[in-house]
Design a protein around this ligand. Structure first.
Ligand code: NAI
Length: 281
């Protein structure tokens, strides 16, 4: 018995890196998997069907079921084709892992509009478009579903040189929270992972040199958990994974400080004087 027997999963950007690890693990647990990948370069240029084809073949050779798909997550037509591809191949959809991503890093003052727009289009708009197309199909089918998004430490905490990427990934956090609330009535859970792993996206960073303990295979079980019934009704969570370490990101609201009603509104000077108390968790 696999954790995902009888389920149909879409994993976007699963022609390599973390997405490939997700797809292989989901398939090994019984899911029929649509391997979506545009097959472009790390910065999103070009396209190549061989990435998705290879992973689909690997899964089939291992005894699993998979079909390739080459559409871009960044357009409405692409998102529709991805969901239709899964329905045409396997009859329905149950799980969507929004994983596709690109990088166009540049320090903020040097970042041009195209770098900003392209990264937002693939990560944030792609997650919105695929989630909406998937959720509409799940609502039509009935029976609920599971969405697993991909945010990032960069989005949750910020990172030098990644204003576009961190804005997109923080947007995915907001999208995860709101869709987790709205889709609850359709029994669709929406959670996100924040991974750290050595892939073509990160392999040239100093922190990954000589390191073999931060792999995509460490990340995939988190996606499997959130995509399976082991997750139960949990929704709106951000599960972070870096090698052997599992942790969570949460936005906190401090208790704050109240000003007596008869003393008027807070003044800017009083805000400065009470900064510590306002920020105390
Ligand atoms: P990767 O570059 O190996 O994989 C990304 C995949 O997405 C590629 O196969 C690429 O062809 C595909 N893709 C790009 N644009 C696409 C589009 N428009 N439509 C369909 N597919 C498209 O990178 P990696 O590291 O595996 O990244 C996977 C996800 O994890 C991304 O969302 C990334 O931002 C996120 N992430 C990765 C971290 C890491 O440490 N590797 C850290 C934090 C987040």
């Amino acid at each position: 018995m696999g954790l995902l027997d009888g389920k149909v999963a879409i994993v976007t950007g699963s022609g390599g890196g973390i997405g490939r690890a997700h797809a292989m693990l989901l398939a090994s647990e019984g899911a029929k998997v649509l391997i979506n990948d545009l097959g472009g370069t790390r910065d999103g240029a070009g396209n190549d069907a061989s990435a998705a084809n290879q992973v689909a073949e690997e899964i089939k050779k291992a005894g699993g079921q998979a079909a390739p798909n080459y559409a871009s997550v960044a357009t409405a037509e692409g998102a529709a084709a991805i969901v239709k591809g899964a329905v045409d191949a396997f009859g329905k959809v149950d799980i969507l892992v929004n994983n596709a991503g690109i990088l166009r890093d540049k320090s903020f003052l040097k970042m041009d509009e195209a770098m900003f727009d392209t990264v937002i289009a693939v990560h944030l708009k792609g997650t919105y478009l695929c989630s909406q197309a998937f959720a509409k199909q799940v609502v039509t089918q009935g029976g609920g579903g599971r969405i697993v998004n991909t945010t990032s430490v960069s989005g949750m905490l910020g990172n030098f040189g990644q204003a576009n990427y961190s804005a997109a990934k923080a947007g995915i956090y907001g999208l995860t929270r709101t869709t987790s609330i709205e889709l609850q009535k359709h029994r669709i859970t929406v959670n996100a992972i924040a991974p750290i792993a050595k892939t073509r996206m990160t392999e040239d960073l100093p922190m990954f040199q000589g390191i073999d303990t931060l792999t995509p295979a460490h990340i995939a079980p988190a996606a499997l958990f959130l995509a399976s019934d082991l997750c139960g009704d949990r929704t709106g969570h951000i599960l972070a994974v870096a090698g052997a370490r599992l942790y969570a990101f949460k936005v906190i609201e401090t208790p704050g400080k109240f000003k007596d009603a008869d003393k008027g509104v807070w003044t800017a000077k009083e805000i400065a004087e009470n900064w510590e108390a306002i920020n105390k968790a």
